[in-house]
Structure formats: structure tokens, C-alpha cells
Design a protein around this ligand. Structure first.
Ligand SMILES: O=P(O)(O)OC[C@H]1O[C@H](O)[C@H](O)[C@@H](O)[C@@H]1O
Length: 317
């Protein structure tokens, strides 16, 4: 516990993997696993969980955890030669015991942890670029959850990568939510071989079937799903959950794009990773950068920041 009342505790999960519990002075908490450097939980001071995790999630390698905030790196989706979403979500990260300092007073009231990932020799065989990935996860004094990533190029040879914070938000029901901030943007539809379309609606809703943008029928019957990457989006996107009267505001920096995914698709491969109809209780809205380059320098790269706030963290007046 530091003098502002913020606490950081390292414990082991039931598979013996270290996890870090962050708690801010008002009782908001977050849990981060070294498996994947993945945030698995973000709770209000009343104990309400704000992130979704599947009841079928497996919390140990070689499985990626279905829920929380997987870090997709060095590849987001299938745009590259690696396995889907890259390997970072499947590796064991370490805690940096001597993290770089915050700017003066920057850590006030914050509960935070710095994690590091460096490639193993096996990683270098499939992706021959030396890097150090530094992830800082923190809870602010008012309960917002923030992630900041910096990628350092270690051997000076420039490389490209993509990155995403694949955030599984917990929602009441997919038909009860709307997403604002994506209006008029162009997006790539993964359900149409990444063809480019322009968002027409005022806000994104899921009340009825979301068809592939080219209007063609799904290849499966009964398919309802969304899987898009919105390009060059505004830095604030909001999810409104009408039934729970809850709003999530997602503020990103250094991340030009936003992925939106819900596998409401009865025959989607991912469906097997969810309990009965559980996929209706989550929506992934992912701050992403589908194309980034490092320069030939060992300097820390520009930060990728994601801050999520929820009105569920606000005290009742
Ligand atoms: O099943 P996973 O590898 O965790 O991926 C889950 C989903 O991630 C992203 O949102 C992709 O755009 C989807 O196509 C993919 O299905």
C-alpha cells in the first residue's frame, strides 16, 4: 500500500501463475495475470464486474484467455504470418520491479504495475525482431482503468507490427447496447474478406441481424455477427448499455483504429469457447493500430494508451 491508499498485491492463481491485484483508495480493483499480461477483471467499489470472461475460459498456456483484455501483438487478427492476434497473449510476462518513474505527482492515488515481455528464442524464429514490450496497467483514483504500452526496438532494424487491446466489455444483452463514435467512418469488414465500407447508421446497434456489409447472405444459416475494424476513428468511443444504465467510455491515444466484435454467429468457431448464449453478454470494442512501424532506434516507441471509464464507478449522489 502506498501513502495514497492505493494497493498492489501479487498472488498466485489456481494454476500457480502470478497475478496482480490493484486496488485504489475507493475500493475499485483490477486483476492482471502474467499469462498474456492480461487484465482479467475490473470491478467497481460495489464489486460489480465490468469486463466479461467466459465461463469456459482456460487460464494457462497454451490457451489464450477468452475474456478480459487480451493484448494482440505483434499482430492483430490475421493480417500477418503469425497465429491469430500474435503471441503476446500466450506468453508469460514478467513484473518490472524497477519501473521508470511517473512524471512528478503522476502516480498520486494510482494503483499500478509495469509488466515486460521480451521475445524468447522460439519467438524470434517465427518473428525475427528484437523488442521489449512494456505494459503499464493502472487504476486511477476515480476508478478508471488505463493501459499504456511502449514497444522498444532492441536491435535497431526497423519492423512493422499491429497491436490491439481486445477488450471484452460485460454488457446486459447485445440487443440492449449501442456504440457511438463510429458514425461515418470507413471500416474493413472481416466477414467480407476485409472489404472496405462506410458506416451509414447514427450509432451501431445490434437489435437485429447485422448482415455482412456487402448484403450477401452469410455462408451459414442463422448467422448474426459483427467483426469490423473502423479506420482512423475518433479518440473517444462510447458503449451505452440501456438495460444496466451503464456507459463505458473508451479513450485511446496512439491507436488510430477500433475493432468491434461479437460472435453472435451460431456456427462461429469462437462460439464453442462460450457458455450457453454467454456471447450475448459481451461486446469487444478494441483500441487498435493495424499498421505501425518502429524506427532504427532503441528509443521507446510512442505510447499506445487506452483509458476506459464507466459511470458504474461513480458514487450515487
Ligand atoms: O478467437 P480469437 O482468436 O480470440 O479471436 C476473436 C476475434 O478477435 C477479433 O475481434 C477478430 O476480428 C475476430 O475475427 C476474432 O474472431
Amino acid at each position: 500500500m502506498n501513502n495514497s491508499g492505493a494497493a498492489v498485491e501479487v498472488t498466485k492463481d489456481r494454476n500457480g501463475i502470478d497475478q496482480i491485484l490493484l486496488r485504489n483508495p475507493r475500493g475499485t480493483s483490477a486483476r492482471v495475470s502474467l499469462h498474456g499480461g492480461q487484465v482479467l477483471s475490473w470491478r467497481t467499489d460495489r464489486g460489480e464486474e465490468l469486463l466479461f470472461t467466459s465461463s469456459k475460459a482456460i487460464f494457462k498456456p497454451p490457451y489464450a484467455v477468452r475474456g478480459g483484455i487480451p493484448i494482440c501483438f505483434p499482430q492483430f487478427g490475421q493480417r500477418g504470418s503469425l497465429e491469430q492476434h500474435g503471441f503476446a497473449r500466450n506468453r508469460t510476462w514478467i513484473i518490472d520491479e524497477n519501473p521508470p518513474p511517473w512524471h512528478p505527482n503522476g502516480s498520486n492515488g494510482k494503483a499500478y504495475i509495469d509488466l515486460l515481455l521480451k521475445p524468447s528464442e522460439d519467438d524470434l524464429k517465427i518473428w525475427p525482431h528484437s523488442f521489449e514490450f512494456r505494459l503499464r496497467v493502472y487504476l486511477t483514483a476515480d476508478g478508471n482503468l488505463s493501459l499504456i504500452s511502449r514497444i522498444r526496438n532492441i536491435n535497431c532494424k526497423p519492423f512493422s507490427f499491429s497491436i490491439a487491446y481486445h477488450t471484452y466489455f460485460s454488457i446486459s444483452d447485445i440487443s440492449e447496447v449501442r456504440v457511438e463514435g463510429l458514425e461515418t467512418l470507413d471500416y474493413l469488414d472481416n466477414l467480407c474478406q476485409r472489404e472496405r465500407f462506410t458506416e451509414q447508421g447514427d450509432a451501431l446497434t445490434f437489435e437485429s441481424e447485422v448482415k455482412p456489409s456487402n448484403g450477401k447472405a452469410f455462408q451459414f444459416s442463422e448467422s448474426i455477427s459483427i467483426d469490423r475494424v473502423y479506420l482512423g476513428s475518433r479518440d473517444v468511443v462510447a458503449i451505452f448499455d440501456h438495460e444496466r444504465k451503464r456507459t463505458f467510455s473508451i479513450r485511446k491515444e496512439g491507436l488510430p483504429d477500433i475493432g468491434v466484435w461479437n460472435p453472435w454467429e451460431k456456427k462461429s468457431k469462437a462460439i464453442a469457447d462460450f457458455g450457453d448464449e454467454e456471447y450475448k453478454q459481451m461486446l469487444c470494442v478494441n483500441g487498435a493500430a493495424i499498421e505501425k512501424h518502429t524506427h532504427s532506434s532503441r528509443a521507446l516507441g510512442c505510447p499506445f494508451k487506452l483509458r476506459t471509464a464507466s459511470n458504474a464507478n461513480k458514487k450515487n449522489p
